[in-house]
Write a protein that binds this ligand. Structure first.
Ligand code: ZN
Ligand code: ZN
Ligand code: ZN
Length: 351
């Protein structure tokens, strides 16, 4: 890495149209090699107390079927409801604006085995999860009042996940939420201005710029996994489809396998980094389902993990980051280097 990238600088995030402050000199103290206790994954395949395990009763009273593959249901305590809301009263004051918000929140169990995670599932076990995400996107996005389908997963107590059972969520909304709305604008501007897709362009740039692989962690035939130039979280990763496609249903069967492969290999590297079940929020960004054409949209996944130096030391977004802008210490390049050094064999193999 050249000297310039070791002094404080800020980097532009073209996808979010915002800056991130990079302060690599703060990490020039020698690496402490601090490693947390190896955290064993849950060893129980079935937990009678888990509201997601097959055959168990949920807090709302419903009983899960004895499922043996994928299982999805409408969230018993949903943040959004599908019923048309009562029309909002005319705001009496121009700065106090509210709008009715409709949505549908679902939970998707990836596997009946309580002890598993994406990292410890095989590609063949993750493939049906990709198929289920695709079907949910099509079905929910097909509803005329749903404008966006947000598929995501919170992994680990550090990210507020209340249950270790392998599962994710799907919140579909009658409006396009702020993050994908901002990315829609940025991608549209880039397409209009350059005639090229922003993320196709960015991936090409990363290939051209790669010195000793640069920020690319690994690639398979269909997906690239990299620490983006503008990463905010220490080991933030962007998973980009190598072919231009706006959403899950556009992928071929081989590409769906490619996505399953990329997710397994990335999450395994994450777990191996600090020998722990690595916490993160991950989710897919894809074309809104608002009835408009979206040639600007390029499918990708964001992984936002909070861990910094060990299984127990986390990054906090406080102080200058709340009041000014996000800041990071280790460079995206050194984060990519460390992730590249991790094995794709899980440190805690299944028996
Ligand atoms: Zn469970
Ligand atoms: Zn593209
Ligand atoms: Zn995005």
């Amino acid at each position: 890495m050249d000297e310039k990238s070791q002094s404080p600088h800020r980097r532009w995030n073209p996808l979010r149209q915002s800056w991130v402050l990079v302060s690599p000199h703060r990490t020039q103290r020698p690496w402490q090699g601090e490693v947390g206790q190896k955290a064993a994954p849950s060893e129980v395949s079935y937990d009678p107390q888990c509201y997601l395990c097959p055959g168990n009763q949920r807090a709302g009273g419903a009983v899960n079927p004895v499922y043996d593959g994928i299982f999805s249901f409408v969230n018993d305590y949903a943040a959004l409801l599908p019923d048309p809301p009562a029309p909002a009263a005319e705001p009496a004051l121009p700065l106090l604006v509210a709008e009715p918000a409709r949505g549908l929140c679902k939970v998707l169990c990836y596997h009946p085995d309580h002890s598993l995670t994406l990292a410890r599932m095989t590609r063949a076990e993750i493939r049906p999860v990709v198929d289920a995400w695709t079907a949910e996107y099509e079905e929910l996005g097909g509803l005329d009042w749903i404008e966006y389908v947000q598929i995501f997963e919170n992994r680990g107590a550090m990210m507020g996940a209340s249950n270790p059972h392998p599962h994710g969520q799907i919140w579909s909304t009658g409006f396009v939420p702020d993050e994908p709305a901002a990315e829609t604008l940025a991608q549209r501007e880039h397409l209009t201005g350059s005639g090229r897709c922003l993320l196709c362009n960015y991936l090409q740039t990363e290939h051209d710029a790669a010195v000793d692989q640069g920020r690319i962690v690994f690639e398979n035939e269909h997906f690239a996994v990299l620490v983006p130039w503008w990463a905010v979280w220490p080991f933030e990763v962007l998973v980009i489809s190598r072919r231009h496609a706006g959403s899950l249903p556009e992928f071929t069967s081989a590409e769906r396998n490619g996505l399953a492969d990329a997710l397994r290999r990335l999450t395994t590297r994450y777990d191996n980094l600090f020998s722990t079940s690595f916490p993160y929020t991950m989710g897919f960004h894809q074309s809104p389902t608002d009835g408009q054409k979206h040639p600007e949209w390029h499918f990708h996944a964001h992984f936002y993990p909070p861990l910094l130096r060990s299984a127990t030391v986390r990054k906090f977004m406080v102080g200058f980051e709340m009041l000014g802008m996000p800041q990071r210490d280790i460079t995206p390049e050194s984060a990519a280097e460390r992730l590249r050094a991790c094995s794709e064999e899980h440190f805690w193999p299944r028996v």
